[in-house]
Design a binder for this molecule. Structure first.
Ligand SMILES: [Mg+2]
Length: 262
C-alpha cells in the first residue's frame, strides 16, 4: 500500500451502501474524511447502485447525515429510462421494483404495463422490490422468456445494513428472473461505464486524476478501473486481499491520511 497512488488525485467518487454508510448510519470517520477532502478542495461525487432512490433522494439523505456539501449524487435511476429508449425505443415496460423506478421510466416516455398484462411488455425492468410477490416474479420471468429484454439498475447480490446484516440485493431478484427466463440482464449501473462517465463529467477531471472508493470489487473497483480511474477498496473488516484495487483501506481515517488531507 502506497500513498503515492493518490498523490495527483483531485476528485473522488464514493460508493454509498457498505462504504459511506450502512443502512441509515454513516460508517466510522466517513463524515470527517469527506469534510476534510471537501475542505482541501477535492471534488466529490456520490455514486450508488441504489435501485429505489433518485439523485435528489440520495442528496437529502446525505444532508440529513451532515454531508451538506453533497452536490453531485448519481443513481441508475437517472439514466435507466434513457438507456431503455436508446436501446429499445419507446417501450411498454413491466416494472418489478420501487415506485421510484416506475416513475423515472414513465417520465422517460415509456408505458408502464400492469402485472396482469405482462404479455404486452416489450421490456422488463427489475429493481429491488421490498413488496415482491410470486405473481410479479412469474409475470417478469414469463415476459422475459417471451423475448422482452431484461434491464436492471444493478446486479449487486446484497444490500448491506448496520451490524453486518444485509437484505437480498437487486441482483438476487434479477437473477431469479434471469434464471427462470433463461436470459441475461442489461445492467445500467456499476460496473457498466455510463454512470462513471457522468461522474467524471461532473468532476470535470480526466480519469487519471480521480479515484473511486467503494466496498465492492465487482461493482466499484472493476467498473472504475475500466475507465482508468484509481481504485480504493474500503475493507473495514480487514483480511481482504484485492489485487484488483490500487489501494485497500481499513478506515476512513486511513483514507484521509493517504489522500493527504488529515
Ligand atoms: Mg457498496
Amino acid at each position: 500500500m502506497s500513498g503515492s497512488i493518490l498523490a495527483g488525485v483531485r476528485g473522488f467518487v464514493f460508493d454509498l451502501d457498505g462504504c459511506v454508510w450502512n443502512g441509515s448510519a454513516l460508517n466510522p470517520g466517513a463524515g470527517e474524511a469527506l469534510a476534510a477532502l471537501h475542505g482541501a478542495d477535492r471534488g466529490l461525487v456520490f455514486l450508488t447502485n441504489n435501485s429505489r432512490a433518485t439523485a435528489d433522494d440520495i442528496r437529502r439523505r446525505l444532508w440529513a447525515l451532515g454531508i451538506t456539501f453533497a452536490e453531485h449524487t448519481l443513481t441508475p435511476l437517472e439514466i435507466i429510462g434513457e438507456v431503455i429508449a436508446r436501446r429499445f425505443g419507446p417501450s411498454r415496460v413491466l416494472v418489478i421494483g420501487a415506485p421510484e423506478l416506475a416513475d423515472v421510466i414513465a417520465r422517460a416516455g415509456h408505458e408502464i404495463v400492469e402485472t396482469k398484462d405482462y404479455r404486452r411488455a416489450t421490456v422488463v425492468a427489475v429493481g429491488n422490490d421490498f413488496d415482491l410477490t410470486y405473481e410479479r416474479l412469474t409475470a417478469a420471468a414469463r415476459a422475459a422468456a417471451a423475448g422482452a429484454p431484461l434491464v436492471t439498475p444493478n446486479v449487486d447480490p446484497r444490500l448491506p445494513l448496520e451490524g453486518g446484516e444485509f437484505l437480498p440485493g437487486c441482483g438476487a431478484l434479477v437473477e431469479a428472473v434471469a434464471v427462470a427466463a433463461g436470459v441475461r440482464p442489461v445492467v445500467v449501473g456499476k460496473p457498466e461505464p455510463p454512470l462513471f462517465r457522468i461522474a467524471l463529467e461532473r468532476l470535470g477531471l480526466e480519469s487519471a486524476a480521480t479515484a473511486m472508493v467503494g466496498d465492492s470489487v465487482a461493482s466499484d473497483i472493476k467498473g472504475a478501473r475500466q475507465l482508468g480511474m484509481r481504485t480504493v477498496l474500503y475493507a473495514p473488516a480487514g483480511g481482504a486481499s484485492a489485487p484488483e484495487a490500487d489501494l485497500v483501506v481499513r478506515s476512513f481515517a486511513e483514507l484521509a491520511r493517504v489522500a493527504g488531507v488529515a
